[in-house]
Write a protein that binds this ligand. Structure first.
Ligand code: KIV
Length: 290
């Protein structure tokens, strides 16, 4: 069955997400890094995340640590120019929210001035001061707990988190501290499904899971993973709905072959010379031959 895009409806807002949590309506979130992905996804999802995963998905880095504010601003501006109906959340890259509340506010405020509706940042108790500073400046914040990719060096790789009693309880405490600090939602990544379910049932704010089981308030997957555009290893939690890589390579290879055998472009794909100009250009002689 094909799923035709729904017509644009109301703008997704933070109060609307709060209402959906109360009503038990599931939230759909995916990444968008440019105007093309934003236009494809906007009619179909509730939240567009301009994720720092742009670093490994699109820019060729091994992880998200090299992603800078300048890179994030560039990608956010491209998404924002499409004026999405979905809530646009911009991801705060590594070191953009660690140094001081002032710098954190300037970076996050800059995202809002470039068209983001909210920001997301990774981490629990150690980031509460920054979350409070942002909320105090009317900047909506989405938290991110569990497998936080910016902590790859501390975690020793991209591994499922919160698998001991201490870590699981710390995650629940962090989730509630972030809620009390003013976060409007939390991403829960790479944690046991039952732990994500316990966080979700005890929080007032919605949770959006990735590798965190089905009992979150919503789900997020990277756009390129859903469409099968990423080459190489895919995490166990990724469900791919198209062989985008193969599909696009097939289309491109058919065009390349048409170029090579001379069947592209056809006369219909070419501009004809205005009447009377045929003789003019035929009689012209290159300077080198005069
Ligand atoms: O940057 C990103 O894509 C993310 C999601 C995986 C939640 O943070």
């Amino acid at each position: 069955m094909s799923h035709v895009p729904q017509p644009r409806t109301e703008k997704v807002t933070i109060p609307l997400l709060r209402r959906w949590k109360q009503e038990g309506r599931r939230i759909v979130m995916t990444t968008a890094y440019d105007a093309v992905s934003a236009r494809i996804a906007d009619a179909l999802v509730d939240i567009l995340l301009v994720g720092d995963s742009v670093g490994n998905v699109c820019l060729g880095f091994d992880n998200t640590l090299p992603v800078s504010m300048a890179m994030m601003n560039h990608h956010l501006e491209a998404v924002a120019r499409t004026r999405p109906r979905a809530l646009v959340v911009a991801d705060m890259p590594y070191l953009s929210f660690h140094l001081s509340p002032e710098e954190t506010i300037r970076n996050a405020g800059g995202f809002l001035q470039r068209g983001a509706d909210a920001v997301k940042l990774e981490g629990g108790a150690r980031r509460l001061e920054m979350v409070r500073a942002l909320v105090d400046c009317e900047i909506p914040v989405m938290g991110h707990l569990g497998l936080t990719p910016q902590s790859v060096n501390v975690m020793g790789g991209f591994k499922v988190q919160a698998r001991t009693a201490d870590d699981a309880l710390r995650l629940l405490e962090d989730a509630h501290s972030l809620q009390e600090a003013g976060c409007f939602a939390l991403v829960l990544e790479g944690i046991p499904a039952e732990l994500a379910a316990r966080a979700t049932e005890t929080l007032r704010i919605p949770t959006v899971g990735i590798g965190a089981g089905r009992c979150c308030s919503g789900q997020v997957l990277v756009f390129h993973d859903v469409l099968g555009l990423t080459a190489g290893h895919r995490a166990k939690f990724v469900r791919t709905y198209a062989d985008g890589f193969g599909l696009l390579q097939d289309a491109l290879s058919r065009w390349a072959s048409d170029v090579r055998d001379g069947s592209f472009p056809s006369p219909e794909e070419s501009y004809p010379l205005p009447e009377g100009l045929g003789d003019v250009i035929a009689q012209w002689t290159p300077f080198s031959q005069t």
